[in-house]
Design a binder for this molecule. Structure first.
Ligand code: GLN
Length: 446
């Protein structure tokens, strides 16, 4: 009731939610009360959460921020939804996002932009902007997000919350609407590393229905939270502090690193020399995969269908033209071009080779350090509308986050301080499947 009351009072202005199902939430809350009084609660029993509207929810509209899926009600739950449900979480609704998770500001949503609770004239970041803003504004306790190139970490940074992008394969992608399948990964967004650990315990784990799901022995991510950072070797990539980084953001990050040093960690300058190449590599690979993933929206099976098509060609063309927004169409065009015969070697293959080199740079760095730290974003939350007419300026926002997805590594963003009253995010990057180490390092800072 408290969560629903706060949503009623504040979401008119914030626009964090695409769908709120109060009746279902109250039913789940009653069931949670019963579970609590029976003495058999799960780790999240009664905790109000929301899912990014990219996760399929049985019987509840799942739009992916797109007109294409405005009327789509899935017949099943995503694995993440199913697991959080069985851990006892109460689902309040589905959060706003950039259409098909393409964007860094939440301005590409068919349902309108979402506002940053710290300053309503600014963006909350994207694509999981609704989830970040809803947690930051206290509408819900925690939320899910997805991160293909920074979409959990960047909005977490802009809204002053904690978000974790797990290693590729740790969290099932079943029922998570595909954007770029080799990069997409779901994860928790919450107020603290400890809350993220509780959520990750429920979300992580092998899923036989996702062929890229990792087979690993389950871990309890809460267990190691109190391990000390003494002796922890923190790599500081010099490329993350160069041109383009806002000076006052740099100061906040440097102060955070000093704090780690004071707690007994050691700082080591490292180099990730292909950082700048992550933007062109990502913006070839992600649109290429998106162009194939989005070919399923043809107006025939599900999703938007145009009125009175003249023939099959017209049905495809008009359904897609009406159903997809500008950014989605731009990426389908870029991706289709990059994959077309004659260009494949020049673009897609080249980008995959660069991807391999970027992953190699991380592997060499991790031979001498335990985690890598730096800014999550080059600046703080920007003004709504300030980058919408310049896609390249928007893509540059992702400079510190993209390479992590290209390498499949875990990374998180945690609040490090403020610059002119706006939150600054500290990014921690770990070795494959070393989420526990990241969460502990974040918890010690908090
Ligand atoms: N901003 C990046 C993009 O637009 C990343 C989005 C994401 O992580 N889903 O593709």
């Amino acid at each position: 009731e408290a969560a629903l009351g706060r949503i009623n009072a504040l979401d008119g202005e914030l626009n964090c939610f695409i769908t709120v199902d109060s009746a279902a939430a109250m039913r789940e809350a009653k069931a949670a009360d019963e579970r609590l009084s029976n003495g058999s609660p799960g780790p999240l029993t009664g905790i109000p959460i929301a899912h990014k509207d990219i996760f399929c929810t049985s019987g509840l509209r799942t739009s992916c921020g797109s007109r294409m899926l405005d009327g789509f009600t899935p017949p099943y739950d995503a694995t993440v939804v199913e697991r959080l449900r069985s851990a006892g979480a109460v689902l309040i609704g589905k959060t706003n996002m950039d259409e098909f998770a393409m964007g860094s500001s939440n301005e590409n949503s068919f349902y309108g932009p979402c506002a940053n609770p710290w300053d309503l004239s600014r963006v909350p970041g994207g694509s999981s902007g609704g989830s970040a803003a809803a947690v930051a504004a206290g509408l819900i306790s925690a939320a899910t997000g997805t991160d293909t190139g920074g979409s959990i970490r960047q909005p977490a940074a802009f809204c002053g919350i904690t978000g974790l992008k797990p290693s590729y394969g740790l969290v099932s992608r079943l029922g998570m609407i595909a954007y770029a399948s080799s990069l997409d990964q779901g994860g928790p967004m919450a107020r603290s590393a400890e809350d993220c650990a509780v959520l990750l315990n429920a979300m992580a784990g092998h899923d036989a229905r996702d062929s890229t799901s990792a087979q690993r022995t389950p871990e309890n991510y809460c267990d190691g939270l109190n391990s000390t950072v003494e002796g922890l070797r923190i790599g500081v990539p010099k490329e993350y502090f160069g041109e383009g980084l806002d000076g006052s953001v740099a100061k906040v990050i440097e102060a955070a690193l000093k704090e780690y040093e004071a707690m007994g960690a050691t700082l080591h300058e490292i180099s990730l020399p292909r950082t700048a190449l992550s933007i062109p590599a990502y913006y070839v690979i992600a649109p290429a995969e998106a162009s194939t993933n989005l070919s399923r929206y043809d107006g025939v099976r599900y999703g938007h269908r145009c009125d009175e098509p003249r023939d099959l060609e017209d049905l495809y063309t008009r359904s897609r033209e009406e159903g997809f927004g500008d950014e989605v169409q731009r990426r389908i065009l870029v991706g289709t071009y990059a994959l077309s015969s004659g260009y494949y070697d020049a673009y897609y293959k080249k980008a995959q080779q660069v991807r391999r080199l970027i992953a190699g740079d991380f592997s060499s760095a991790f031979e001498s350090v335990d985690i890598i730290a730096g800014p999550t974003t080059p600046g703080v939350a920007f003004e709504l509308g300030s980058k919408t007419s310049d896609p390249t300026a928007m893509y540059l926002e992702d400079i510190y986050t993209l390479s992590v997805n290209l390498a499949g590594l875990p990374a998180m963003s945690l609040p490090a301080g403020f610059s002119n009253g706006l939150p600054v995010g500290l990014q921690l990057i770990g070795r494959h499947f070393e989420e526990a180490r990241l969460l502990a390092a974040a918890h010690q800072f908090q």
